[in-house]
Design a protein around this ligand. Structure first.
Ligand code: GPP
Ligand code: MG
Length: 286
């Protein structure tokens, strides 16, 4: 059985093993690798903001390169929106990236705040990849990725000034997750979440949302579940931003790119029909 440095099994359920298997075998994903190669910041989330339509014009031979660079710019912009909401972070603080993927947001957080950042992932491949990137960037002593489960990290109580999840909450039970975050944050600590969530107002799960779940082996939560789980775990929302309109251009551009994976139409349909939102939620530990 695979164990982390804290000795307990990291993967607790057959579902968690299947999620880890997905990310461990998803090693040839140009939609993420080709973008990350541009500057060594590898993201596993989507983008926000308008794209420059000029990237679609100009010489055909370099069109794809321009589109990929633009998609990367929009994904980096998304991570910056998340970091903008972490509040005042001192170089002596510690941050936790819960579901850290290949490490992009963590490296950006360290570049911005100069503080220690820990990332956790249940994919050993991703943890290895992200730690290699931290070494390439010369910050391995400040940005560290761990094979641990974000539902039960084993880190000390109150260790983190802020915790974030960048599109990772659809893999876990929110009540369990926020129970762990409430333990890891001190009073006044901050939690920032960017997520896709289903719209309670449109009724049951739409076909487009079901297709997204199937594609990524995840379980997209309803909007109301986020606020119920935060309230149940001493996490008081201070800001909620609907990023849905801001992410649609990213998906339109991605659908026209060579790195499209086939899931683009489901996102566009879900967002346009209103069955799905792209939300930023900020909460303080009380
Ligand atoms: C992926 O990023 C994000 C998820 C798998 C979680 C699902 C997110 C929702 C908002 C529902 P990725 O960068 O690995 O995906 P892709 O390979 O498609 O770019
Ligand atoms: Mg991606």
């Amino acid at each position: 059985m695979q164990t982390s440095t804290i000795g307990k099994p990291v993967l607790r359920t057959p579902y968690q093993r299947s999620v880890a298997a997905y990310w461990n075998t998803n090693q040839n994903d140009p939609v993420n690798l080709k973008l990350g190669e541009i500057d060594g910041i590898y993201h596993h989330h989507y983008g926000v903001g308008d794209y420059d339509p000029a990237v679609l014009d100009g010489p055909k031979e370099t069109r794809d390169e321009r589109v990929i660079a633009e998609l990367h710019r929009l994904e980096t912009a998304q991570a910056n929106v998340l970091l903008d909401h972490l509040g005042d972070i001192a170089p002596t603080d510690r941050l936790l990236d819960a579901g850290s993927g290949r490490g992009g947001t963590s490296l950006m957080a360290h570049q911005r705040f100069g503080c220690h950042v820990d990332g956790v992932s249940i994919s050993e491949y991703q943890v290895g990849f992200a730690n290699e990137q931290a070494a390439v960037h010369g910050v391995a002593d400040q940005v560290a990725f761990h094979f641990r489960n974000m539902l039960d990290t084993g880190f000390d109580n109150g260790r983190y000034q802020a915790v974030w999840t960048n599109e990772t909450t659809m893999y876990v039970d929110l009540f369990e997750l926020y129970g762990e975050f409430a333990r890891l944050l001190p009073f006044g600590g901050r939690y920032v979440c960017i997520t896709g969530c289903a719209n309670d107002v449109t009724g049951g799960r739409s076909k487009a949302v079901s297709r997204i779940d199937e594609h990524y082996t995840c379980n997209i939560h309803r909007r109301s579940q986020y606020f119920a789980a935060l309230a149940a775990n001493r996490l008081a929302p201070i800001n909620v931003v609907d990023l849905t309109a801001a992410t649609i251009p990213y998906w339109e551009l991605r659908a026209k790119s060579s790195v499209a994976t086939g899931i683009e139409e489901a996102f566009l349909t879900a967002y346009r029909e209103g069955s799905f939102h792209y939300l930023l939620i900020v909460a303080d530990r009380i």
